[in-house]
Design a protein around this ligand. Structure first.
Ligand SMILES: NC(=O)c1ccc[n+]([C@@H]2O[C@H](COP(=O)([O-])OP(=O)(O)OC[C@H]3O[C@@H](n4cnc5c(N)ncnc54)[C@H](O)[C@@H]3O)[C@@H](O)[C@H]2O)c1
Length: 263
């Protein structure tokens, strides 16, 4: 119960890695807000946690819309008081995976959600922490593809590199107030995030993640020979958000089975 009665907000908490993060904080006693575009899944994950005695709230949120982020903070604070932990997890990939084909509009859409949305969400949460004298913790989600160029994708890897960089900048700004800011960079985890590319490549759900792991294995680029589990990413996020990480800020923690994609 490391987070008993703490107020935690997780963006993109209705699916995949975000859902596992939300569930872990709820199990550890936090009052957790799921901020997501997907109303059905958002309500469902919150109901599941409540059924197990947890305290949770769903707020429909589009992190690509600054007004929606403002509304999220207002509703979350009205329900659970000052924010203790913010996890910026929501992200999208482009519809077309080739860097040669991605349109300018699509590039902007990915950056508006993954970079601007994440930055504005983190900054709003930090403002709430500062206003209330909370020495809280912020965790962003990067990606192993921010370090390498293996996929054909155009905007997504660049957007994640930007997230990892602004994490460091925020950490520097917020250190004097005792607020820590870190990033967790997952490796391959089979989730809905690969749905676009699976559709494009006419693959079954889950098949792209498997293919990525196989390719990494063939190239000797992954030390733990399997995809990651969402719960393994969640564990790293909770560690960085917890008092156990009280001397850790401005760091990126790769949770990727020892993958080396720097090529
Ligand atoms: N799955 C992987 O292999 C992998 C690898 C590296 C990094 N990541 C990162 O992990 C995080 C979670 O990804 P995932 O794999 O669980 O993806 P996912 O697609 O399963 O979940 C993403 C969630 O974000 C929500 N979302 C999308 N756009 C939103 C918006 N504008 N506003 C609010 N919510 C929005 C979706 O509704 C969904 O619930 C992302 O930051 C992703 O970049 C994932």
């Amino acid at each position: 119960m490391r987070f008993k009665d703490k107020h935690v907000i997780v963006t993109g908490g209705a699916s995949g890695i975000g859902r596992a993060i939300f569930q872990l904080f709820a199990r550890e006693g936090a009052r957790v807000v799921v901020a997501d575009l997907n109303v059905d899944s958002g309500n469902r994950v919150v109901e599941d946690v409540r059924a197990q005695g947890g305290i949770a709230l769903f707020v429909r949120t589009d992190v690509g819309d600054p007004a929606s982020i403002e509304n999220l903070i207002a509703e979350a604070v009205a329900a659970f008081g000052p924010i203790d932990v913010a996890v910026s997890n929501a992200a999208i990939t482009e519809q077309v995976s080739s860097a040669l084909e991605i349109s300018a509009g699509e590039w902007d859409r990915v950056f508006a959600i993954n970079v601007r949305g994440s930055f504005l969400f983190c900054r709003s949460c930090a403002q709430n922490m500062m206003d209330n004298g909370v020495q809280g913790s912020i965790v962003t989600i990067g990606s192993l593809v921010a370090r390498g160029g293996k996929t054909m994708a155009g905007a997504y890897p660049s957007s994640k590199a930007a997230v990892m960089q602004f994490t460091k900048n925020l950490a520097k700004c917020l250190a004097p107030m005792g607020i820590r800011v870190n990033c967790v960079s997952p490796g391959v985890v089979a989730t809905e995030i690969y749905a676009n590319i699976e559709k494009e490549m006419m693959m079954e759900p889950g098949a792209f993640a498997e293919w990525l792991v196989e390719e990494s294995l063939k190239a000797g680029q992954i030390l733990i020979p399997r995809a990651g589990q969402a719960e393994e990413i969640a564990a790293a996020v909770a560690f960085l958000a917890s008092p156990e990480a009280s001397y850790i800020t401005a760091q990126n923690l790769s949770v990727d089975g020892g993958t080396d994609w720097c090529w």
